[in-house]
Design a protein around this ligand. Structure first.
Ligand code: NIG
Ligand code: FE
Length: 482
């Protein structure tokens, strides 16, 4: 049984899934501003005999009786979005559509129906059904960021200034800066500090219309520390307005403890970290580059991940084309990311296998002054393309996915329609989500009501937020962008 209740005020919502044994999952929201509300841990939940009241006790001592609404899958919608000027969606063949005069019906955390008003009858006479008036605005699936590094301590503003004064990324890394300086700060931070700072980043992401992300570990580089980062990522997904698909990126660089025995670090990842990540991570990533991991090391790690039942992905071709893209395609990796340098053979391998998404990260190319890869080169070969922020302290310090979309559209040759696809449908697949990214019946009820009437505005009017309302799992997260 699924129950939703209001806590204290209008703004705090709690959703519980209850089984015979008690509550099994809960999600809490504060319906304003940052879109994030961290409820204290729930100690006890008890359903009354009539099944509509929940006795609840938090670990901070608060307790009380809450009225709950039964949100079981059968029955009428719990939320209706009407007066939609354009519903952005993709047909069965993946073609972009902007459906005019549309409505979306939601029940609990799923879309019941979505389409033209004439085809989707809105049940009337149900006063309790919550309605959102989109006022002629565009409605789309919640955006999905398929490549982020949101959990880290400190920042690298000083290094940014050094780079702008002439030092290169590789020089800074060789001098103990770069990923290593974030590693030191992250190792020193408490779980709570990491969680809180990442929560603020996720709140900024949701402010731009993002409801799901792929999020990587990779700034601790010890076995326990990487597992700790995965736990923080899991907790963020459960306690914020943004869902998280966690990725183990222990192979970010070789940590100082292992520079004289790289093979031992690769073994540690394969034999210890990957098995321990099984229940925490969805995928395993490797930074395959001259100063990070070789193609052979990358393949060993990705095969270890695959054998453990995890998905794989690679930071590939950021500075050099090493041939790892073909290996990732062979291993049916979810994604290959960056791709500033890709050889013809690698393009062919991706096109042949077809299932691996090319994730473009224009924020990193912009920050590092790298050659801008052509998105067209992938799309014209039938290779799916997604766009991510690469949100990280070193090479792309932004939470603004639509801005990355604008850069992909303006500099990488994507059409506006392909840009939407790259931030929703294809991004969801690259991030490892199978139930979102396209607002169709049965999909997760993660949606954005935008404050513009034509879908072209998102890449066109860049750098600001256009979110009027964000809906995650059928719950409206009010944002104040107007
Ligand atoms: O995706 N390329 C490797 N990893 C990150 C940068 C990480 C950092 O500099 O902290 C990236 O660009
Ligand atoms: Fe990255």
């Amino acid at each position: 049984m699924i129950l939703e209740c209001q806590l204290n005020s209008d703004r705090d919502r709690l959703r519980l899934r209850l089984s015979e044994q008690g509550w099994v999952e809960r999600t809490a929201w504060r319906l304003y501003g940052t879109g994030c509300f961290c409820a204290p841990t729930i100690e006890r939940v008890q359903l009354s005999s009539c099944g509509t009241r929940v006795a609840i006790r938090f670990d901070d001592g608060r307790e009380g009786l809450l009225e709950a609404t039964d949100l079981s899958p059968q029955g009428p919608p719990t939320l209706v979005i009407r007066n939609i000027g354009q519903l952005v969606r993709f047909d069965g063949a993946g073609r972009f559509e902007a459906v005019p005069d549309a409505v979306v019906l939601i029940r609990h955390d799923r879309i019941l129906a979505a389409g033209p008003r004439a085809e989707v009858p809105v049940p009337d006479g149900q006063a309790h059904v919550r309605t959102i008036d989109a006022r002629g605005g565009v409605v789309s699936a919640g955006l999905v960021d398929p490549h982020t590094h949101p959990v880290f301590a400190g920042d690298r503003a000083r290094e940014f200034a050094m780079r702008k004064a002439g030092a290169t990324y590789a020089e800074i890394q060789a001098a103990g800066g770069g990923i290593l300086s974030t590693m030191r700060a992250t190792r020193e931070a408490t779980d709570e500090e990491l969680f809180r700072s990442a929560l603020r980043r996720l709140a900024r992401m949701s402010g731009f219309g993002v409801t799901s992300i792929e999020g990587k570990s990779g700034y601790d580089l010890t076995a326990d520390g990487e597992i700790r980062m995965l736990r923080v990522l899991r907790r963020l997904g459960a306690r914020s307005a943004v869902d998280v698909s966690p990725t183990l990126l222990a192979a970010h660089i070789v940590p100082p403890e292992f520079v004289s025995d790289r093979a031992a670090y690769v073994r540690l990842i394969v034999e210890d970290m990957i098995p321990r990540s099984r229940d925490l991570a969805v995928s395993v990533d490797v930074f395959c580059e001259d100063n990070a991991f070789s193609v052979a090391e990358t393949v060993a790690i990705l095969e270890g991940a695959r054998d453990a039942g995890l998905q794989t992905r690679v930071h590939a071709g950021q500075f050099h084309s090493l041939g790892v893209v073909s290996e990732a395609a062979r291993l049916a990796s979810l994604s290959v990311d960056h791709l500033e340098q890709v050889s013809d053979g690698e393009f062919d391998a991706l096109a042949r296998t077809g299932g691996t998404t090319a994730v473009l990260l224009p924020g990193a190319a912009l920050t590092l002054g790298l050659p801008i890869p052509s998105g067209r080169a992938f799309l014209d070969r039938g290779i799916p393309v997604a766009v991510g922020t690469d949100c990280n302290p070193g090479t792309s310090m932004t939470e603004n996915l639509p801005l990355a979309g604008t850069l992909a559209c303006l500099q990488m040759g994507l059409t506006v329609e392909e840009t939407w696809d790259a931030m929703t449908r294809t991004a969801a697949r690259a991030a490892g989500f199978t139930d979102r990214g396209n607002p169709v019946a049965g999909a997760a009820a993660d949606l954005v009501v935008w404050n513009f009437g034509h879908y072209g505005v998102l890449p066109y009017h860049f750098g600001v937020t256009h979110v009027r309302s964000l809906i995650r799992q059928g719950v409206e997260v009010q944002l104040e962008s107007e």
